[in-house]
Design a protein around this ligand. Structure first.
Ligand SMILES: O=C(CO)[C@H](O)[C@H](O)COP(=O)(O)O
Length: 223
């Protein structure tokens, strides 16, 4: 099975975690695109009904709406039972790196509303230590050079993602060469640096469930 087929597999598997009759949190990325398409097919077949979704990006909003799924603003809900999203890396404790699609800020906002984060990923995303994938950080542009110096002190090399402006008008630094042994401490520290909007380590908002796609099927990891 190739990576696209694994993404479709976990996208379908996530349907078992959709709470019927409740607003759903929906993430961003190619794996989530597969999930949205599978969800729409299930709704069209009359097998599930939800009142709508809170989306973490303009990209997912468009895809949800193209299927006739209502999109609600985050401020219209007081909470969500489930948030389904992908990841760039996930470790054995449910800590993740996210933001490869530049949607990390809204992803963390929607994850914060949710009781359960269901991560959908192919098995190539499972790592021992976070940091092989360049860490995305949404920033205020004026702080870019100072933040690059701060990351250099931690052994990272930060580069501005050329030509990318986020849904919030922010810029993205991608930081290579980090080994994030303590994701909670790392997230807490970087969050305090002036100019950081969101760091792509999801430790406080880790996954509680991960559906991991492998050649021999979907493994369910619970943290
Ligand atoms: O964090 C994300 C977007 O900001 C995505 O969840 C992450 O990049 C994984 O994407 P894909 O499913 O395309 O591999």
């Amino acid at each position: 099975m190739n990576q696209d087929q694994l993404k479709q597999l976990v996208g379908r598997a996530a349907l078992d975690h959709v709470p019927a009759g409740q607003v759903l949190g929906v993430g961003t990325g190619s794996t989530v695109d597969c999930f949205i398409d599978a969800l729409a097919a299930r709704i069209a077949a009359g097998a599930i009904a939800i009142p709508g979704a809170v989306s973490s990006s303009e990209r997912s909003t468009q895809r949800l709406r193209s299927h006739g799924i209502q999109v609600l603003d985050a401020s219209e809900v007081t909470g969500l039972a489930v948030y389904v999203d992908g990841a760039d890396e996930i470790d054995g404790r449910g800590f993740m790196i996210k933001g490869g699609g530049a949607a990390l800020t809204r992803e963390k906002i929607v994850a914060d509303l949710a009781e359960t984060f269901v991560c959908i990923a192919d098995e190539s995303k499972l790592v021992k230590t976070l940091g092989r994938f360049p860490l995305p950080v949404e920033i205020i542009p004026m702080a870019a050079a100072q933040l690059a110096r701060r990351f250099a002190r931690l052994g990272g090399e930060a580069r501005l993602r050329e030509g990318v402006v986020t849904d919030n008008g922010g810029h993205i630094l991608d930081v290579r060469g980090l080994a994030i042994d303590d994701p909670l401490a790392f997230e807490t520290e970087v969050n305090q640096w002036p100019g950081v909007v969101t760091v792509g380590v999801f430790a406080r908002h880790r996954a509680q469930v991960c559906l991991l796609g492998a050649a021999d099927g979907v493994k369910t990891l619970r943290f």
